[in-house]
Design a protein around this ligand. Structure first.
Ligand SMILES: [Zn+2]
Length: 385
């Protein structure tokens, strides 16, 4: 057969090596927790590891050719079970609702099998339903049909409520001998400590810009666009892909416009630029915050590198505007500004509304940047910023 396996995991060499060593040395743990920021490959790695656990050959990676590999890689293996957040069940749900859910799951699974970096929660999906967790545990208790093991996967495991986590915990405490649980999360703190302590942690760091750019080029994005999207991605392939589809220059302009409005704390303008920034491509708020952080980093680096030849890392082509910001705010405290962005990310994670978060960020940025210089020539330059 010519279907030999091509890994879809980008980077993360160390974690991959560690997992294959576990299989080769026969020391596979019964539970793994893959954690790290969005888009670094948690799902991709977990799915590939699942295929490796089910593969007949138990090599360093799934062989792609045995009786198990094609089915497990397509997420249609009887010994592979996968759950994730879905919209909550309506009271008194009908057969139609059930069919609808089954259709959502089929679509999601097919998308995941095709490309594990595009996984997004279905609309309105808040929780990993407890009924699905119970179903998963039931599958775990049964003998494998075809492979030597059974693999049970919970994506975005922090979206299990406490009741669901407690149900899973029981299974993790006394795992059936052939059952292997793989959990992924962007938010380890959202999992019970008792669950975390039952799992081997696999922490995935952000990818390097080179790894991201390389992956984009391989998927057909032009070189310069790929490099820029990679530089702005914060090491997330998912972000980078979203960016490579956008008009990046326009996005950079919108981020600068936000910083300008924040610096003068003009509430009317702020509302406008926030809406433009977030609504134009339905950009996730976290991504917008990352870009604001990247802009601040470029401005801060420019100040340090004054007079030396300098190149903004991500806002290439916007040197004039960065200069204008530096001239206009000579007392700016960029550490405080960067902290303000971190605090805002934290607010978002805790569920504050987007308008509140962005407005609170603007006030903090206004304070961090300090007074605007009065010089009329500099004023003129800022007007072009
Ligand atoms: Zn195989």
């Amino acid at each position: 057969m010519s279907t030999s396996f091509h890994s879809r995991v980008v980077g993360q060499r160390e974690a991959r090596a560690r997992l294959s060593d576990a299989v080769r040395s026969g020391r596979v743990a019964h539970a793994y927790l893959f954690s790290g920021p969005r888009g670094v490959g948690k799902t991709a790695l977990a799915l590939e590891f699942a295929a490796l656990l089910l593969c007949e050959r138990e090599g360093a990676e799934p062989c792609g050719e045995c009786v198990n590999c094609p089915a497990s890689l397509a997420l249609r293996h009887p010994d592979l079970h996968l759950i994730y957040p879905l919209p909550s069940k309506k009271a008194g749900s009908t057969e139609d609702d059930e069919r609808e859910f089954a259709a959502v799951i089929a679509t999601q699974n097919a998308a995941l099998a095709k490309d594990p970096y595009t996984f997004l929660r279905p609309a309105k999906a808040k929780d990993v339903r407890i009924s699905l967790v119970r179903g998963l545990i039931h599958h775990a208790s049964m003998k494998p049909y075809q492979a030597r093991r059974k693999v049970l996967i919970v994506l975005q495991a922090d979206a299990m409520n406490t009741q669901a986590q407690n149900a899973l915990l029981k299974a993790l405490e006394e795992p059936p001998s052939n059952a292997y649980f793989l959990l992924t999360t962007e938010n380890e703190g959202g999992l019970l400590q008792t669950i975390r302590s039952r799992c081997q942690r696999v922490r995935l760091a952000p990818l390097s810009s080179e790894e991201v750019a390389d992956a984009l080029v391989k998927s057909g994005v032009a070189g310069p666009q790929a490099e820029l999207a990679a530089a702005m991605s914060g090491g997330s392939l998912s972000h980078a892909r979203e960016l490579s589809r956008d008009n990046l220059e326009d996005l950079q302009r919108r981020v600068i416009a936000f910083l300008r409005a924040a610096a003068v704390c003009d509430p009317v303008e702020l509302r406008k630029v926030t809406a433009t920034l977030l609504d134009s491509d339905q950009m996730p708020e976290q991504t917008a915050l990352e870009f604001i952080g990247l802009l601040l980093r470029d401005v801060a680096l420019s100040r340090i590198a004054r007079n030396a030849a300098r190149h903004p890392v991500t806002f290439r082509g916007f040197e004039d505007r960065i200069d204008a910001i530096l001239l206009a705010y000579p007392e700016a405290d960029f550490d405080a500004a960067a902290r303000a962005v971190d605090v805002s990310a934290d607010y978002l994670a805790r569920g504050y509304t987007r308008d509140f978060v962005m407005f609170a960020l603007a006030i903090r940025l206004h304070e961090a940047l300090g007074p605007r210089t009065k010089s009329s020539t500099k004023q003129t330059r800022l007007d072009h910023a």
